[in-house]
Design a protein around this ligand. Structure first.
Ligand code: AMP
Length: 123
């Protein structure tokens, strides 16, 4: 069995979180350090550590994550203005929590996609 994560404890409602949606496959809750007026995390209820750990068997839950993100975006009133979906993976992707999650971020213009670390270059 996969190790427990802070997000699986939120899924089981063992620790407080502002849950905006939950069903049999996924849970969505507000990020504790929002990067924009709307910042929601959509997570599988079962632990998939990272995007690199996804398998064919995960396709239903991954589809649900996108469908739920679209639904929440509509509910939050940002579907028309647009938003960004982000999945960080591993060390270079600055992943902090090893329980797959999709960031749904919007409610203001978000600017260019990547903020490169100082002194870095694309090459
Ligand atoms: P990542 O860098 O993609 O792994 O993002 C992890 C995200 O989880 C960060 O944006 C954190 O602010 C958020 N986070 C960590 N702990 C909690 C929590 N208890 N409730 C809500 N969001 C959290």
């Amino acid at each position: 069995m996969a190790a427990d994560t802070i997000f699986s404890r939120i899924v089981r409602r063992e620790i407080p979180a502002d849950i905006v949606y939950q069903d049999d496959l996924v849970t969505a809750f507000r990020d504790i350090e929002p990067a924009a007026p709307t910042h929601v995390l959509v997570v599988p209820n079962h632990i998939i550590a990272s995007a690199r750990d996804v398998t064919d068997a995960d396709e239903p839950v991954l589809g649900r994550m996108f469908a739920v993100a679209a639904r929440i975006a509509r509910e939050q009133g940002i579907a028309e203005t647009g938003y960004r979906l982000i999945v960080n993976c591993g060390e270079d992707g600055c992943q902090e929590v090893y329980h797959l999650h999709m960031h749904l971020i919007g409610g203001r213009p978000l600017g260019p996609m990547l903020a490169a670390p100082r002194g870095s270059s694309a090459h």
